[in-house]
Write a protein that binds this ligand. Sequence first.
Ligand SMILES: Cc1ncc(C[n+]2csc(CCOP(=O)(O)OP(=O)(O)O)c2C)c(N)n1
Ligand SMILES: [Mg+2]
Length: 629
Amino acid sequence: MLTRSPESDSVRQMRDRARAIQAAGGVQQALGQGSVPKLIECTLSEALVLGLLKQGVAKYFAIFGHGSTDLGNVLRIYEEEGVTRTINCRNEVAMAHAATALRWQYGELSAVVTSIGPGAMQAFAGSLAAASNGVGVYHIYGDETTFGEGYNMQQVPKQEQGLFGRMTAILGQSYVLHTPEAVRDALRRGALCVNHPYRAGPFYLLLPLNAQPARLTVNLSGLPNGPDLPKLAPADDTAIEQAAAMISGAAKVAIKAGGGTRGHDAAVRRLAEAAGAAVVLSPGATGVLPDAHAQNMHVGGSKGSISGNYAMAEADLLIVIGSRAVCQADCSGIGYKSAQAVININGDLADALHYNKTVALVGDIGVVTERLAARLGAAANKNKRAWLEACAAKKAEWAAYKRQRFECPPIHDAARGEPVLAQPAAIKIVADFAKQIDAAKFFDAGDVQANGFQIVEDDRSGDTFTETGASYMGFAASALLGSALAEQPRYGVAFCGDGSFMMNPQILIDAVEHGVRGMIVIFDNRRMAAISGLQLAQYNAEFRTSDKVAVDYVQLAASVAGVLAVGGGASAESLRAALQAAHRHDGLSVVHVPVYCGPDELGGLGAWGQWNVGNWCEDMQKAWIEQDL
Ligand SMILES: Cc1ncc(C[n+]2csc(CCOP(=O)(O)OP(=O)(O)O)c2C)c(N)n1
Ligand SMILES: [Mg+2]
């Protein structure tokens, strides 16, 4: 039995501070009222919690260890006084994803807390998703002691100091809190990193075991708030006018809307309509233009679509907005075969100058896009009619192609010996259901993700969160946990492959423990089919991308008290019924859908672009060298 000893003076002082902050409604307010003095003496752990509070961070995802017990004790007391909330998780990769999703979906900034060593390594791995999608999250890891009295268990076993700090600094920005008073500087750097206007990412705070309980005098007024930055845009109209003239003079204009356009729906639409441009979406930008909008050509890129890739290949003028030109988005650099010039709208100088022949419009995407649209004359879109008609014909072709697959009856599956739904048909049913119940959709990797961004028909950004930056298997299911700490949680549906689900099944327990309402749909083709598909396409043979172990996912999920698990069956009707039953459950539900895998072409949605991978590299690179862009 664990017992608590009476609280020491220092703990009582900490509790009093927490109580005063709670009563005042925040650190700043408590300072204003004088209920907490500006200069206090406390531990580094508490100073960090107070500094984060000033930046609006009061939510923590944690797996504690010997590397974070002191910080854990502060979080316990602050939670008991109603100031912070900490939820305990079961896998650091999964909780890093949850924190990423909380910021990405709801805009709520939080911190991930781990122990030293393996816990930190796992959270660090998971933070690739935050880094790749430009999502700001604080990561706080226990770190080796600063006295160097000998190796600490779980540190990197080398005669070198600060190795975790160096490792993490490669992926994001990092600060080793070697000196407790440095917390002020660390939090100033962190605030900009996690709130950066166009390149936010993870900020790692390394907390040495012996520094956590070290006491310091901290000036609460001196701890930095989050940055309050104005939107930036070009100071004069020279480049905007140049871009407007290029648009008026071009016959075939395509806009490539990257992930940075999310949330700038109105500006993108206004520019597209004023410019008479076909809009091609990056996989992560579905919904930025309504699906049915005549100028929405759907996704374009290595996977792409008939219409999206047509518009990319044929456009003579390319307008890139908020894209960092990831291989999947621009066919590894050879997607714009006819483009004579580029207008690139981006906050980041390097991204804005990624292509040659570019007029770079550097600044806030919404502001710059609106300014360019306003500069276009009423006639700018008049000479684009033939182009938009050709694009519309391709969109109709893509719609018919998709419809054939959506309406495809169950196909005989060799592994199961019976007919089951093909993955595109099953995903479409679930995506339609999610729209009907106004749920957020999450995707992570594999054919489920690729088919997913080819299928979803969003009318605004913010309805789909597809982790296209890192395609991190396990993100989708884990992302549901973000809602556990959201102020106003929205029902979410995670679309998971069987392979991806088993990367992070911890959500089954975490979701119940922390009261998540949502659904996981497992599209089970008994393999990592996206990779089997690549192997077959490239080398005509698959290798080690499937196994022979039958798993009863319904029984597995149902073994967790509080989870409702249902079989989706083999038909559209049975799947719809299962989704309804699952949605009625007030908590986490899991729907298992067996899906077809095999050579039938109705089992997939095809790949319409190129990719610099495997045995395609030689041809791809030759084409890349020969093109000027
Ligand atoms: C953590 C992680 N490991 C490996 C990969 C490489 N990878 C991409 S898709 C994929 C297979 C996905 O299988 P599954 O989730 O079952 O989806 P399916 O393609 O079968 O629909 C793999 C191994 C990855 N993206 N993430
Ligand atoms: Mg699979």
